[in-house]
Design a protein around this ligand. Structure first.
Ligand code: ATP
Length: 537
């Protein structure tokens, strides 16, 4: 959060500033600290606050102003006030027509009427609208400026934690400096109030605070992120070892691990922005996002683009803003946008009054300008609905294409899923060598996707379980033979995906593994034998 930016807006006499936040106290303190500081604003301002229940309150004299609870009367008082001042108005948006409520046109007109006075009057006055949701009537869009008030940073959270420890002398503090750092970092992404509640909960448990309480804080955070309704905190234990094949993509990601560290700064490596992973469904795109979070040791937040537009959880723009702000507050973090195409399908159509285009623009600008360490992994199955702007250089660092697994990759996937499940000696007693078996199975399963291979293993184990006997090679063969792979049922779609990827994306599979490819798919068109350019990382 740049204090200078707010000070500049005030000095440049922006008439009205809108801040969306749940933290009234914190934002009020922050505004006061800026507007009363001569160094920042040159001419310190008096501070008034306003609520529809109490009217205006002069912070300097500590006195309320009679008869100003009515918004129009408060605005008239502001118009007439003849000293430099700022007026912080809470929940004023209720007059702008939130859901299930008509806008109050008198109030909106009155706001417009006082704009010339705020901009050009002899005294310097600014109005702040503080609200939990962003709502600006069309007619005021040009007059009101939105200011992004970031969630508390690590220093603020640490200061809150320390003041709690000092106040609660009965609590035994068993934290080392390093542990304290970890605990406070875990609270990033929470408002100060939420962080305070999480710490309080951790303290009341057993009258002491130790690194064991990290879980309490993390659970609190999961709750808060859940409440946004749009972001989901994904817990993952997957590692790169759980992904069969896709070595090129895995190498690219592994090389960028720790890109935000102090050591990386010495190499002047630009922080990675993100990757777009497209391709055939069920081939490990989601698995890669989950494994990445474990390998990089960063929290994984899944953004449901569909829900941003659903209208169930607030205005679309506000939903998007809040989701991105939360990801930034938790940074360094990974923001996973699954099936990104679903959120972008309305772009260019007139059906939603341009909401999709605005949200998309908001997202692109954020992608382009973000300097916080939030790495985006976007996954897409249907590339035909992806807007070209998304694919332009500078948005994502790389676009990867995940094709049907090669024979070597299928062998690895079979091995992974068999070894993961064949833990019991009895069940595995008829399997002589998983390694040899997988080579055979890979040959037989030309055109199978990863999830179909997993299904073959699961179904075969079900057959063995049903007959109360060990798993046999024949079970796996039978299940391969009875599966009609997606590459056959959706042959045209797979070919179209490959043709698209040949000019736009890099193959997620290593060049050395591309020697054996799906003949079923390729016989018609040798040029599209595999999707994606070959370029090894
Ligand atoms: P969708 O777009 O349909 O969600 P996806 O490409 O994201 O598909 P995943 O969800 O990652 O596919 O894969 C589904 C399941 O298939 C995984 O949970 C995993 O068990 C298995 N699978 C797919 N690909 C692989 C792979 N390369 N290695 C190991 N398992 C795989």
């Amino acid at each position: 959060m740049s204090t200078y930016k707010l000070a500049n807006l005030i000095r440049a006499r922006f008439p009205m500033i809108y801040i969306t936040t749940f933290e009234e106290d914190r934002v009020t303190k922050y505004i006061k600290s800026v507007v009363t500081d001569e160094k920042q604003v040159k001419f310190p301002r008096e501070v008034f606050t306003w609520t529809q229940t109490n009217g205006l309150f002069n912070d300097n004299t500590q006195k309320g102003i009679n008869d100003t609870a009515c918004p129009c009367k408060a605005l008239e008082y502001i118009r007439k006030y003849d000293k430099d001042a700022v007026f912080i108005m809470y929940d004023f948006h209720v007059n702008f027509g939130p859901k299930n409520r008509q806008p109050d046109y008198n109030v909106i007109r009155k706001v417009r009427d006082i704009v010339p006075d705020l901009k050009l009057g002899t005294v310097r006055k600014t109005i702040f609208f503080i609200s939990t949701e962003l709502l600006i009537p069309e007619s005021l869009q040009k007059e009101i400026t939105i200011f992004d008030f970031a969630l508390p940073n690590l220093e603020e959270i640490k200061a809150k934690f320390e003041s709690m420890i000092n106040q609660n002398t009965g609590v035994v503090n068993e934290l080392s400096e390093e542990d304290k750092d970890k605990l406070c970092k875990a609270a990033l992404g929470l408002t100060l109030q939420e962080a305070e509640s999480a710490f309080a909960l951790a303290m009341v448990n057993d009258g002491k605070i130790s690194i064991k309480d990290l879980q309490v804080v993390l659970e609190e955070k999961v709750q808060v992120i859940k409440k946004t309704g749009i972001l989901e905190f994904i817990h993952s234990n997957y590692t790169m070892k759980d992904i069969g094949g896709l070595d090129n993509l895995k190498n690219w990601l592994l090389k960028r691990n720790n890109s935000w560290s102090e050591k990386a700064k010495k190499y002047c490596i630009p922080a990675p922005k993100g990757v777009l992973v497209t391709g055939v469904p069920g081939c490990g795109k989601s698995l890669t996002a989950k494994a990445m979070s474990t390998i990089w040791g960063l929290p994984l937040l899944k953004l449901d683009f569909g829900k941003v537009f659903s209208g169930l959880v607030g205005s679309s723009e506000e939903n998007m803003r809040r989701a991105l702000a939360t990801a930034e507050a938790v940074a360094p973090s990974i923001l996973w946008i699954d099936e990104i195409e679903k959120g972008l399908s309305g772009i260019g159509s007139n059906g939603d009054s341009g909401v999709s285009s605005r949200i998309f623009g908001q997202f692109l600008t954020w992608m382009q300008e973000k300097d916080s360490p939030v790495f985006v992994i976007a996954t897409a199955n249907n590339i035909s609905s992806l807007p070209p702007e998304l694919l332009r250089k500078g948005r994502f660092d790389e676009i990867f294409f995940v094709d049907l697994p090669t024979e070597d990759e299928r062998k690895e996937i079979f091995k992974l899923h068999l070894e993961r499940r064949l833990k019991d000696k009895e069940v595995a007693s008829e399997i002589v060598s998983v390694k040899n078996l997988c080579g055979e199975l890979a040959k037989m399963s030309e055109g199978f996707i990863g999830s179909e291979i997993e299904q073959v293993v699961v179904s075969s184990l079900c057959d063995a379980f049903f007959e109360n006997r060990p798993l046999k090679f024949e079970d796996l063969v039978k299940n391969i033979q009875t599966t009609v792979p997606l590459s056959m049922t959706q042959r045209e779609q797979v070919l179209a995906l490959r043709a698209w990827a040949n000019v736009r994306a890099v193959s997620a599979t290593k060049t050395s593994q591309l020697n054996k490819y799906s003949k079923d798919i390729d016989e018609d068109n040798a040029a599209t034998s595999r999707g994606g350019r070959t370029l090894d990382f």
